[in-house]
Design a protein around this ligand. Structure first.
Ligand SMILES: *Cc1c(COP(=O)(O)O)cnc(C)c1O
Length: 390
């Protein structure tokens, strides 16, 4: 063997069967090889376990898939390279020309884009109502044959709570598939409800450190099996190294989520008492209009706190810029605190009626509360509010 052959066939190191790494290695390999053609064919026919090509399966991804499915209380999971990919490929796989989708005014912007523009290109119709409009939800599901209901709870940015029991009961009666983007609530919430498919952006609380993107589609195995070929053929797979980082992030998921929720409650209680803050949206506050519903549905309430500041754009930007421990940035659920000033939240393509339902106004500021010391965060919010109104 010459050296240029050798570098392409490096020495194999096999682990003895009774000797295992405590942290699973990263299988940074696109291909996996069986000993012979017969075993390869058996694998491809689904007659044996194994791995062949990382676009469809990889051991590093498999570990994360098993973990996330179990946490969310379903049997199977597919991983994608970002959270929005879960929305795009799930909806494309579920819908065909002539179908109808029920979506919500308060949904994540790219979700609305996918429903209103991408699916529309393929002849899929939609209705958008407010997540609080229970009568509207009932009416649509009773009168329009609906393939999919896609929703969130709490919603972004104003943390409205979907009435999940009401929504799933009406969807089930209408024969619609329910898809919950559960990113804000996390894997430990909502699993007991009659929801068909859970989607998560792993970029947020799962990885937790703001250094990797990913998405998860979690459902019972028949549903995943029905979508698997479509989704694998669209090619959105997660990279093994990213899966490894997310798996590592998951070790501290509960510690981080609990701490971030406690910090969020402390921040929201302080903000509620401040004279320049007209309203605080946090489902954990007993002043939140759907606090009782949130308590019934959730174990804890997440780390997104949104405020309505006195004044408008100018004060919102001054407040955001004066904050020391909150960076002006997109995203939520990271270890460090983040802030979105009103100018960055206002870009939605809403009709005036939809804008009113969205509750996003000129003084709306979204905070994603991180892992810092709660007293430091409260002190920072106070000094930034002082500076915003000098
Ligand atoms: C961030 C987010 C997404 C998209 O996730 P990416 O990983 O950024 O693509 C989808 N849904 C919700 C609710 C989100 O917050």
């Amino acid at each position: 063997m010459k050296n240029d052959t050798l570098v392409n066939h490096p020495p194999a190191v096999l682990m003895p069967a009774d000797d295992r790494p405590l942290v699973a290695p990263i299988y940074q390999s696109v291909k996996f090889s069986f000993d012979d053609t017969g075993e390869t064919l058996r694998y491809l026919r689904g007659e044996r376990e194994g791995f062949f090509y990382s676009r469809s399966s990889n051991p590093t991804l498999k570990q994360l898939q098993l973990l996330l499915a179990q946490l969310q209380g379903r049997d199977d999971c597919l991983l994608t390279a970002s959270g929005v990919a879960t929305l795009a490929v799930t909806l494309l796989s579920l819908c065909k020309q002539g179908d109808h989708v029920l979506a919500f005014v308060e949904s994540y912007g790219p979700t609305r884009y996918i429903v209103q523009h991408l699916l529309a290109k393929f002849g899929v119709a939609h209705t958008l109502v407010s997540i609080e409009d229970l009568g509207g939800i009932e009416r649509v599901l009773r009168n329009v044959p609906t393939r999919v209901v896609v929703f969130e709870s709490p919603t972004n940015p104003v943390t409205k709570i979907a009435d999940i029991e009401h929504l799933t009961a009406h969807a089930r009666r209408a024969g619609a598939v329910t898809v919950l983007d559960n990113t804000f609530a996390g894997f430990h919430n909502h699993g007991a409800y009659d929801i068909d498919i859970f989607l998560h952006s792993l970029t947020k609380y799962a990885s937790g450190h703001g250094d990797v993107m990913g998405g998860a589609i979690i459902a019972r195995s028949e549903l995943i099996a029905a979508m698997r070929k479509d989704i694998v053929s669209m090619g959105p797979t997660l990279d093994p190294h990213a899966a490894f980082l997310i798996q590592r992030g998951m070790r501290t998921y509960f510690l981080r989520y609990e701490r971030q929720c406690a910090n969020a409650l402390a921040c929201s209680q302080f903000l509620k008492s401040h004279p320049r803050v007209n309203c605080v949206h946090y489902p954990g506050l007993d002043t939140h209009p759907q606090h009782a519903l949130a308590r019934r549905q959730m174990r804890d309430f997440g780390a997104v706190v949104t405020v309505e500041l006195d004044g408008g754009f100018e004060q919102g930007a001054r407040f955001a810029e004066a904050l020391q421990f909150f960076s002006i940035s997109a995203s939520v659920g990271s270890a460090e605190s983040l802030v979105m000033p009103p100018q960055l939240l206002a870009g939605n393509e809403y009709t005036p009626e939809q804008r009113a339902a969205s509750l996003i106004g000129r003084g709306t500021v979204r905070l994603s509360i991180g892992l810092e010391d709660a007293a430091d965060l409260v002190q920072d919010l106070g000094q930034a509010l002082d500076k915003a109104y000098i």
